[in-house]
Ligand binder design. Structure first.
Ligand code: NAD
Length: 208
């Protein structure tokens, strides 16, 4: 748990954004970026970027900027995206399949290793080369595959039960899309991803 509490979430969010643009820049062959260029690519202010990166001991060279590949490596190691993270998906419906079929999470080390669903018609179907398993076997299968991370895309009324099963299977880190607050033991971390409030916030700014 220690590493998870060390850096505040807002800073981690900025690092994750910086990592994404550094990854793109590296792929395009860009060798250096200064804080003003990073600001333009991320909308994080240049002064905030300099502050965050100086915390890491990363000093950009005046007139040159930060070395893209080194900075990406450093931030990647903090985010621990430089290692493999096997994860399970629970709920192979519309959203679950969209997530399973999106290749971008592997760039961050997240590799889908198991899929569970309660619908007998879906059990045995193959998604991204992975056979959907029945949720009845979830804890044993998770333990057997040593999976500690899960993405939850089940209906709201099934979410807590599925979470309890995940925890029983040794899962400690959950990305939750079901629109409900999950109760988990203290040693687990749930990150909620709710798009609807984002629409509501956008709605507030619209004009007639
Ligand atoms: P869906 O009905 O297409 O898929 C849900 C799947 O979960 C089905 O395949 C169903 O069989 C399975 N399921 C039900 N109970 C289960 C259980 N106990 N264990 C394993 N699998 C189980 O629904 P969807 O459109 O993919 O939405 C999935 C969830 O994501 C819903 O809770 C929805 O509200 C939520 N959602 C959230 C956001 C967001 O922004 N967070 C956006 C869209 C949908």
């Amino acid at each position: 748990m220690a590493n998870q509490n060390r850096i505040p979430i807002p800073t981690l969010t900025r690092f994750a954004n910086l990592y994404r643009v550094l990854q793109e820049a590296e792929a395009e062959g860009v060798e250096h970026l200064n804080s003003a260029q990073l600001e333009a690519l991320t909308s994080i202010s240049a002064s905030q970027i300099r502050k965050d990166l100086s915390m890491l001991g990363e000093m950009g060279r005046p007139g040159v900027g930060y070395k893209v590949n080194l900075l990406k490596k450093r931030i990647g190691s903090i985010l621990r995206v430089d290692r493999g993270h096997p994860y399970a998906l629970v709920g192979a419906g519309q959203l679950g399949r969209a997530i399973a079929n999106y290749p971008g999470f592997e760039d961050y080390g997240f590799k889908l290793k198991a899929i569970f669903d309660s619908d007998r018609e879906k059990v045995g179907q193959i998604v991204q080369g992975i056979p959907i398993e029945s949720n009845e076997h979830m804890p044993a299968s998770l333990l057997q595959k040593s999976i500690r991370i899960a993405v939850l895309t089940v209906p709201r009324n099934a979410a807590q039960d599925a979470t309890d099963q995940l925890v029983a299977g040794g899962v400690r880190w959950i990305l939750n899309f079901a629109p409900t607050h999950l109760k988990v033991p203290d040693n687990c971390i749930v990150r909620d991803v709710f798009l609807t409030p984002e629409f509501a916030i956008l709605g507030h700014f619209t004009e007639d």
